[in-house]
Design a protein around this ligand. Structure first.
Ligand code: GLC
Length: 720
């Protein structure tokens, strides 16, 4: 619902703006690096992307170098927004130029990637999604917003809600995994946490939903690669997570780098106008991905930068992130009638609207050096990061070794056990060395005795804690992998420890599912720690010593072999020859078709029993119930998952689809009756002619502790 007073202010301002000033509002600038050599932000990006520079080198150079924020352009009204600017004093200084030295005093909006924390880093999104707890996701988003806004940031390029079914794709780390419902709920919670219900608050952070759309379906799991799928699958499996996040009130949307069946998102009118604005009623701002408009030339859809600018603006793109195509060409495109003044005014209005909604016109200067310092890494934020990490790490194996007893002698192995800076994972642009605590830091803080395993020495100990997996630079953007195997060094270390005959706990740090067969073989227990953020060490020890009972469950399937990707996701279809013993069925000669660890799987220190499943049609859909009992001797939180299947339909349907879930706390011996109400729309899908249909007939309801471990009830559904 638009605010009439803001709409009037936009209209009045538009009437005063020159064509150049309107074009200036469409341009988001990055800082250029001055000093040793003149390099723009995007040139650094390109150097990192084509491997001429590592991310670490780029980060070190950018953070150390004095950046040129193009102040003369700002004064001349040629910049509407910044990317990558951090620091309240720096932001206020540049904002003062925009507001007090430009002709119309239009304030800047400052965008930054606050993906899972700012200085207090929470677990990577893929990890945090394994908590299956929207209320937690909202709280960590709020924490991020408090820190980022104190550092002069107005908008974050988050939440990312790209359904990711292929762990070869490095950006699965930034997602809520392979399921549409979970990604949608994750995005919704993050939008609410960032924005609150009052965007004018100094600690409100505008949310930007990305990457619109279906970026996670890149062919071969190779980043930036083509996306090609049926319109039915696009509507059923990929659009819903963006729609839920947009309808949660996100004030910005970022189109993805990829094409969708041949039409790049940055110039995709069907996506940016027909779906986003007309169907969903979105009235916020669209902002391209970095340099993405210019890259439409590489796609082969634009002849040159001018053509790319024309197509993007006419498709519904409002702001250009750092390519400069809009700044360089929109004026002449309007003068030549290739872009209408109305279309330009629409884009400028969407940008001005967000600046008015954030209160930047009336209240442009935010925070201060003191407020900024006080906001970071507070005890409350660290406590929340620790809670989130406890709830995100998944216990994948436990042959009775865990929980460990106090006083046990520990042998610590693996370089990742001692490196706190590796714990932040991908997209932690503002983190400082030392912000994140390693497993070893955790042991030191608790004065727990341990000996280090070295190349030569296997120390005397009762148990080995063995850290394996990925470094943060191997995860995230432009980090696709053709093999998900553990490194040879990790495998050798695991075997060496196993041969010692003493028990081994494998602690896996990674931004994606990996092939953990060697860990299953060599370790008596496996904790999937992901990249768990600021409080990695303390949270791991909370779980290993049983101070907290593990409750997390996987939101992405773990392959046994890389070759199973991307087909081992949980909501696949059966085919005419579902995998079976008979040769001529859909399977591999050299690997199983089922994942090593399935969607929804995670162990606890207690056990749960499910009974008395029941399901019935109601006016609104299907009502289902089940009883869960804690049959062990410690309290636990169980994530009860409710799936359905439509076994005979007008198009083949997934063998399971997550419809709902509930996290329930149970004391030892306690039982609870859990109820789910599945809206009938959730049962629907698109037929061959793209009609949305809900079938009459049998619907199977499957409820349990993972997708592979459920009870079943059937409902004869009559679509009244
Ligand atoms: C990157 C990413 C996007 C990020 C943007 C700004 O290339 O694709 O997720 O928000 O650039 O850093």
């Amino acid at each position: 619902m638009k605010n009439p007073e803001i709409e009037k202010r936009i209209k009045d301002l538009l009437e005063k703006m020159t064509l150049e000033e309107k074009v200036g509002q469409l341009h988001q600038a990055g800082g250029s690096i001055v000093g040793a050599f003149e390099l723009s932000f995007e040139e650094v990006l390109t150097m990192v992307q084509d491997g001429r520079m590592t991310e670490e080198e780029a980060h070190k150079m950018i953070s150390a170098a004095e950046l040129d924020w193009h102040e003369d352009d700002l004064r001349a009204g040629r910049i509407g927004s910044y990317l990558g600017l951090v620091g309240s004093e720096k932001m206020n200084r540049l904002q003062r130029i925009a507001v007090e030295e430009s002709r119309l005093g239009i304030p800047l909006i400052n965008g930054f990637d606050v993906i899972h924390g700012f200085r207090t880093i929470a677990p990577i999104p893929l990890a945090e999604s394994c908590a299956w707890e929207p209320e937690l996701w909202q709280r960590t988003a709020r924490m991020s917003a408090e820190e980022a806004t104190a550092a002069g940031v107005h908008m974050t390029f988050s939440p990312m809600v790209d359904v990711s079914k292929d762990p070869r794709w490095g950006r699965i780390a930034e997602s809520a995994g392979e399921d549409a419902l979970l990604n949608g709920l994750f995005g919704e919670a993050k939008v609410k946490g960032y924005q609150t219900d009052d965007l004018t608050r100094h600690d409100a952070l505008a949310a930007c939903v990305k990457h619109f759309a279906a970026y996670g379906a890149a062919e071969g799991g190779r980043d930036y690669n083509r996306v090609d799928m049926s319109p039915q699958r696009f509507e059923e499996e990929y659009l819903p997570s963006y729609e839920r996040a947009v309808k949660a009130g996100a004030r910005a949307v970022m189109p993805a780098f990829n094409d969708i069946s041949g039409m790049p998102c940055s110039v995709n009118k069907k996506l940016l106008t027909d779906i986003l604005r007309k169907r969903w009623g979105f009235d916020g701002m669209t902002i391209s991905d970095a340099n993405a408009i210019a890259e439409c030339i590489n796609h082969g859809i634009a002849a040159d930068r001018r053509d790319a600018a024309r197509q993007a603006l006419n498709a519904g793109m409002d702001m250009d992130m750092t390519s400069g195509c809009f700044l360089d060409h929109v004026k002449e495109l309007v003068e030549a009638g290739k872009v209408s003044m109305d279309k330009l005014d629409e884009a400028v209005s969407n940008i001005l609207r967000l600046k008015f909604e954030l209160g930047l016109f009336d209240d442009p200067y935010r925070s201060s050096a003191e407020q900024e310092k006080a906001a970071m890494l507070t005890p409350a934020h660290r406590a929340l990061a620790r809670e989130a990490a406890q709830k995100s790490m998944v216990l994948l194996k436990n042959d009775g070794l865990l929980p460990l007893k106090q006083g046990i002698r520990i042998g610590l192995a693996g370089t990742l056990a001692s490196n706190g800076d590796e714990m932040c994972g991908t997209w932690a642009g503002a983190v400082q060395p030392g912000d994140c605590k390693s497993l070893r830091d955790g042991l030191d803080a608790e004065q727990i005795r341990y000996s280090m395993v070295t190349e030569e020495l296997l120390p005397e100990c009762d148990v080995f804690l063995c850290a394996v997996g990925e470094r943060k630079a191997e995860s995230g953007e432009a980090s696709s992998r053709a093999s998900l195997e553990l490194t040879e060094a990790d495998k050798t270390l695991l075997n060496r420890l196993k041969e010692s005959g003493r028990p081994v706990v494998a602690i896996v740090f990674a931004g994606r599912p990996l092939c953990l067969g060697p860990a299953v073989e060599c370790a008596d227990a496996i904790l999937m720690a992901w990249h768990p953020g600021a409080e990695a060490g303390p949270a791991i020890l909370d779980l290993l010593f049983g101070r907290v009972n593990p409750s997390a469950k996987l939101t992405a399937s773990f392959p046994e072999a890389t070759g199973q990707c991307p087909t081992m996701y949980y909501d696949h279809i059966r085919t005419g020859r579902p995998a079976g013993k008979f040769k001529y069925t859909s399977k591999y000669l050299d690997a199983p078709v089922e994942p090593l660890f399935p969607f929804g799987f995670g162990l606890s220190y207690t056990s749960y029993q499910y009974s008395d499943i029941f399901a019935v049609q109601t006016e609104k859909g299907i009502h289902a119930e089940i009883t869960v009992q804690n049959t062990g001797d410690v309290d636990g939180d169980e994530i009860v998952q409710c799936y359905f299947r439509d076994p005979v339909a007008q198009r083949v349907r997934p063998i399971r689809k997550l419809a709902a879930f509930e996290k329930v706390t149970l004391q030892p011996g306690e039982s609870k009756r859990i109820a789910f109400d599945i809206p009938k729309e959730a049962l629907g899908y698109y037929d061959q002619d793209m009609n949305f249909v809900i079938d009459d007939g049998l619907i199977e309801i499957h409820i349990g502790g993972s997708v592979r471990d459920t009870l079943q009830a059937n409902v004869e559904y009559h679509n009244s």
